[in-house]
Design a protein around this ligand. Structure first.
Ligand SMILES: Nc1nc2c(ncn2[C@@H]2O[C@H](COP(=O)(O)OP(=O)(O)O)[C@@H](O)[C@H]2O)c(=O)[nH]1
Ligand SMILES: [Mg+2]
Length: 396
């Protein structure tokens, strides 16, 4: 954002996604919004729509010179701050809405993103910073639980908790609130879960079963899926980025060394590693080495192909590496793997609906700073810092 957001002239925002759909909504707002739309709108019945009181709907067409562009319904929207806003409902899809956006830009409107539109709306209705951030983040929530958490914060759960803290700041209370940051982050930033293992152990099959539809190529020929494939799935209310690490595991002469390297590499990149093993064959030394490399980390050994008769002896696997047995083909044992993964994520029952939750780095950073100030006995500065969490974003 530049510091010149308050520049005069209306801004146009496509509020609906630029993809196929029944209708699209464009809002033009700021001084001169109605006059701008008026250049491109012919109401069906002759009216002085731009001068009428706001709130009424006008049916007509958008026009470019003499040419009709689309059939639209236009409404002037009353804004809380007494500003000007015009909503244009046109046909959906990328073409109609795109053409109208271009017309408005030719007429002098600035194009704004949905994010800055939402931010401005928050400011307009007098939201504090935290509630505005919740409003901004809500459209990109990936799971129901994430959306509900953000709705709670939009309704003031975190704002009230922070305001109470600013009145009476104590280290334990600040610490408790900080404890919610891990939950907030896990709901909004997908944790990576990487499936690793030798070719042909069933990584892609497991990936597809978990994703619930077939995006990767499943093949009986080892090493067919070379590309790194990922997909966001919802697991127990958390968004999780599932990664199929096909191709990372080399099986040439230095297989064991490569397995260790691969485990390290995947471990660095992924939050959680699922080491997939084929239970219908004896374990190989490189698999045991990879398992040892992963012990003590956020990792799980998944003994796959449980529908076939077992040939693998799991004894050499490290005792502290959680393990489960499953069949990616039949889905048997999948729930157990999922619950093992969920055990590595924050426990949601600590945050029942309505709980205040820290959900971004800015809030966490300021809360940590307040904690530090309290430790140092600087209570007044801690109060100011806590109030900063709620301070509406400046015109920056
Ligand atoms: N019987 C059985 N076959 C499986 C299972 N999981 C995968 N496979 C088969 O094992 C072969 C290799 O699977 P794939 O997912 O491509 O392994 P990747 O190389 O690790 O990605 C394919 O023929 C799969 O159908 C399972 O749980 N049971
Ligand atoms: Mg594969």
């Amino acid at each position: 954002m530049t510091g010149k957001e308050t520049s005069p002239g209306p801004a146009a925002c496509l509020l609906t996604p630029a993809s196929s759909g029944g209708i699209a909504v464009i809002e033009v707002r700021g001084t001169g919004a109605a006059a701008l739309v008026n250049q491109f709108f012919r109401p069906h019945r002759k009216s002085d729509w731009a001068a009428d009181p706001p709130g009424r709907l006008y049916y007509g067409h958008t026009i470019n010179g003499g040419e009709r562009i689309d059939e639209v319904i236009v409404r002037r929207r009353p804004t809380p701050a007494g500003g000007e806003a015009v909503e244009v409902n046109c046909h959906g899809g990328v073409v109609a809405a795109g053409e109208i956006m271009r017309l408005f830009e030719q007429g002098g409107a600035r194009e704004t993103s949905v994010e800055s539109y939402v931010r401005e709306t928050g400011r307009e209705v007098g939201c504090d910073a935290v509630r505005t951030e919740a409003l901004e983040r809500l459209p990109s929530a990936r799971t129901k639980r994430a959306a509900r958490m953000l709705c709670d914060q939009l309704n003031g759960a975190l704002s009230q908790a922070v305001a109470r803290l600013a009145e009476k700041p104590t280290s334990p209370a600040v610490g408790r609130l900080l404890g919610s940051a891990e939950f907030g982050t896990a709901l909004l930033e997908p944790r990576c879960v990487a499936l690793m293992g030798r070719p042909n152990v069933g990584k892609s099959t497991l990936f597809n079963t978990l994703v619930g539809h077939h995006r990767t190529i499943v093949s009986a020929t080892p090493g067919t899926t070379r590309d790194y494939v990922d997909e966001i799935i919802a697991l127990g209310g958390y968004p999780v980025e599932l990664i199929d690490t096909a191709g990372l595991w080399r099986t040439d002469g230095r297989a064991e060394a490569h397995a260790v390297e691969a485990a390290r590499e995947v471990g660095r990149r992924a939050g959680i590693v699922v080491l997939v093993l084929d239970r219908s064959r004896p374990l190989r030394p490189d698999e045991v080495r990879a398992a040892q490399e992963l012990a003590g980390r956020d990792a799980i050994a998944a003994l796959n192909k449980a529908d076939l008769s077992p040939k693998a002896d799991p004894a050499p696997l490290p005792a502290d590496l959680p393990r489960c047995t499953l069949s990616a083909s039949t889905g048997e044992g999948l729930k157990e793997l999922e619950s093992k993964i969920l055990r590595l994520l924050p426990q949601p029952d600590r945050f029942p609906p309505g709980s205040p939750v820290i959900f971004n780095g800015r809030q966490q950073h300021l809360l940590e700073r307040a904690a530090g100030l309290l430790e140092a006995g600087r209570r007044d500065s801690a109060r100011d810092t806590l109030r900063d969490i709620l301070r509406p974003p400046s015109e920056s």
